[in-house]
Design a protein around this ligand. Structure first.
Ligand SMILES: Cc1ncc(COP(=O)(O)O)c(C=O)c1O
Length: 419
């Protein structure tokens, strides 16, 4: 391990917030050769979501066009309050990507989770010769398909939000669903799932254990399909489609991204699938002109630990005396995804870690300045513009990854913890 990574490891173990710049990052042209997935895979995923739009529109009219997407807004007031709070002038503009308002499941995990459920449903329907690619997919809401899907089970391990996205979509299509939940999953998320008809299985252990158990149980059942957040390429591709959509939004807002106008994106990281998929998509579009930083809690820094120790997914923060206990429940993960750690090692620009108390401060600042409600995991992305040096032509995007479904009382307590 080089001296820089050794020093980072010491700070990590001491729970000191840090910014780690990735020394292994290579340029996009070189990276393209070794990446296990290609641009055409992102397009394939995007096309599949288009095919499903009529069905989503029927099942969730609030999506209007059947495309589950969130707005990109200017954080002008937030930037001012951030500058005065942290006593730093921020160069360039700050935009907020509002996945906290993503329809259907209220978090970034809707992108991958819903995509993989739809892909699985499509495969079953095609295999049974009840559906053809050119059909109107809104037919999938009919009793004939519900009956077909009811013979199948979908299962997933989750800290909460992935369970919500997969649980909600699977249940509405008629699948049986098991969501294996870690001990950091919030009660209200479990209750919401039960209301939707999902079978919630609770563990007095962390996320890795919930995933391991879920995977094991599914192996014994030939009609069960396990959505594996630690390895799934489909989840990853579902997230990556966000990059295509973001490109359209930036163009509409006349935001230029090139060598002289760099884009900085801050992405909260748990197991790594969501931030990894989005980084993968953005690097395909903007190459080396986009700089992607992951964000982890000081008490659950599994991705940075996997990368600096070079153990990738074969590591747990607990081996280093870090407890994996954080209010950012979506990021409470002790070991990173194997698929993503390998890709992130070469693609991401860096990772910063953040203390829980800072999450509540940022959550409150955002509410006070922009009236936007986010959960603590999402608030972690808001510190990026303060930490990363930029110039006036830069654009920063803080990815607000969740919060819409938070019950009022829960949110009030979080807001009150902010400074
Ligand atoms: C709100 C929120 N943000 C970010 C993430 C991180 O996503 P991933 O675990 O794919 O890294 C999660 C994961 O559940 C989440 O719930």
């Amino acid at each position: 391990m080089n001296d820089y990574n050794k020093k980072t490891l010491t700070d990590l173990v001491n729970l000191k917030p840090l910014l780690w710049e990735n020394p292994n990052k290579i340029n996009m042209r070189e990276a393209l050769e070794f990446l296990p997935l290609k641009y055409k895979d992102i397009i394939d995923a995007s096309n599949r979501l288009e095919r499903f739009a009529p069905l989503i529109r029927k099942l969730f009219p609030e999506t209007k066009d059947g495309i589950i997407e969130s707005p990109l807004v200017t954080g002008y007031n937030f930037t001012k309050i951030l500058e005065s709070t942290y006593n730093k002038s921020i160069k360039g503009r700050v935009l907020l990507k509002c996945d906290n308002n993503l329809k259907v499941a209220g978090s970034i995990k809707a992108r991958g989770g819903i995509y993989e459920v739809l892909k699985h449903a499509e495969k079953i329907a095609l295999d049974n010769k009840l559906l053809y690619l050119n059909d109107d997919y809104s037919n999938l809401a009919s009793p004939k398909f519900k009956n077909l899907f009811s013979k199948h089970k979908i299962a997933v391990g989750s800290t909460g939000n992935l369970g919500l996205s997969i649980g909600i979509m699977s249940a509405v299509l008629g699948f049986k669903v098991d969501v294996h939940m870690s001990n950091d999953a919030k009660e209200w998320k479990k209750n919401l799932l039960r209301e939707k008809g999902v079978n919630v299985i609770e563990y007095d252990d962390d996320y890795s254990k919930a995933v391991e158990e879920g995977r094991k149980q599914c192996k014994k059942d030939s009609m069960a399909f396990f959505i594996d957040d630690e390895n799934s390429k489909d989840l990853f591709l579902g997230y990556s489609v966000a990059a295509l959509r973001l490109k359209t939004q930036l163009e509409k807002q006349k935001v230029v991204v090139d060598k002289d106008h760099p884009l900085y994106v801050y992405l909260p990281c748990g197991v790594g699938g969501a931030p990894g998929g989005i980084t993968f998509g953005l690097k395909h579009i903007y190459g080396d002109n986009v700089h992607c930083y992951f964000v982890e809690p000081t008490h659950a820094p599994c991705m940075v630990l996997g990368l600096i120790t070079e153990k990738l997914s074969d590591v747990s923060v607990k081996e280093y005396g870090i407890d994996n206990i954080t209010e950012a429940d979506g990021l409470a993960v002790s070991s990173p995804s194997n698929l993503v750690a390998k890709i992130a090692d070469k693609l991401i620009d860096g990772i910063y870690t953040i203390e829980d108390r800072e999450l509540f401060n940022l959550l409150k600042l955002l509410k006070d300045s922009e009236d936007i409600k986010v959960e603590p995991s999402a608030a972690s992305s808001l510190l990026g513009p303060v930490l990363i040096d930029s110039h006036n032509n830069s654009t920063h995007i803080s990815w607000l990854t969740g919060g819409a479904l938070l019950p009022k009382e829960e949110y009030k307590k979080m807001y009150q913890r902010g400074r």
